[in-house]
Design a protein around this ligand. Structure first.
Ligand code: AMP
Length: 225
């Protein structure tokens, strides 16, 4: 296992449902790499009725992106003091990626890798529409592919599982098309930096984790334990 995982600064890129959140949570639980999920932060703000949540809600409900200035301002507050992190769901536009580059340059903490989770459209629709989420922890299950031991209950903390409002078929289709238009260009953006690591997001959870850890290990500058 890589000694560098604990010091990683990662971007997780890929369409909704490709496994970014699941793998980010595994890295956080096993290696203490802090998961920063913009979707989780926004949903918590919507639930708490904050001004940020009020700005974001209508975009989220429609499967659109929240405007760049709102997201960039929010992320500036999140990144300040962290030496290692996995960004799950950010950046999602080229403007956000450029803003992230500036923030990290100011902090002197460059990204160590950008991981692309690849997945085909029909599989993503099946995954997202069968997904059950613990809104407190962000942990997810699937009614068929990865069911909890007791239906509707999180195995880890016993909390209730809910279906996200934007995991309906209609909104999922809109979210995937938003990804194709606005976020997919980031694959080229990061391919040019040499930081990109491509994974098959449709493999089993364990296989994706193993490929992720092996891929991070193989990167220049990693230190084998
Ligand atoms: P997620 O949980 O990552 O699927 O995000 C849920 C929703 O939050 C998205 O459909 C967007 O409306 C919004 N969102 C999350 N991250 C971003 C981002 N980086 N830029 C704009 N909107 C975002």
């Amino acid at each position: 296992m890589s000694a560098t995982v604990g010091a990683a600064r990662l971007v997780f890129l890929g369409p909704p449902g490709a496994g970014k959140g699941t793998q980010a949570k595994i890295l956080e639980d096993r290696y203490g790499v802090r998961q920063i999920s913009t979707g989780d932060i926004l949903r918590a703000n919507v639930a708490a009725g904050t001004p940020l949540g009020a700005k974001a809600k209508s975009f989220m409900d429609a499967g659109d992106l929240v405007p760049d200035d709102v997201i960039i301002g929010m992320m500036e507050g999140e990144l300040g003091t962290l030496q290692s992190f996995v960004l799950d769901g950010f950046p999602r536009t080229v403007a956000q990626a450029e803003a992230l580059d500036l923030m990290l340059a100011r902090l002197g903490l460059p990204l160590t890798a950008v991981v692309l989770f690849d997945a085909s459209r029909p599989a993503l629709i099946e995954r997202l529409t069968g997904r059950w989420t613990n809104p407190r922890s962000g942990r997810t299950y699937h009614s068929v592919l990865n069911p909890p031991q007791v239906s509707g209950v999180d195995d880890e903390d016993g909390g209730p599982l809910v279906q996200r409002k934007d995991d309906t078929h209609e909104v999922v289709v809109d979210r995937l098309s938003t990804y194709d238009q606005k976020t997919a260009p980031l694959v080229d953006y990061y391919a040019k930096t040499g930081l990109l690591l491509r994974l098959d997001g449709l493999a089993s959870i364990d296989d994706v984790t193993n490929a992720l850890l092996a891929g991070l290990d193989a990167r220049p500058g990693s230190v084998a334990r």
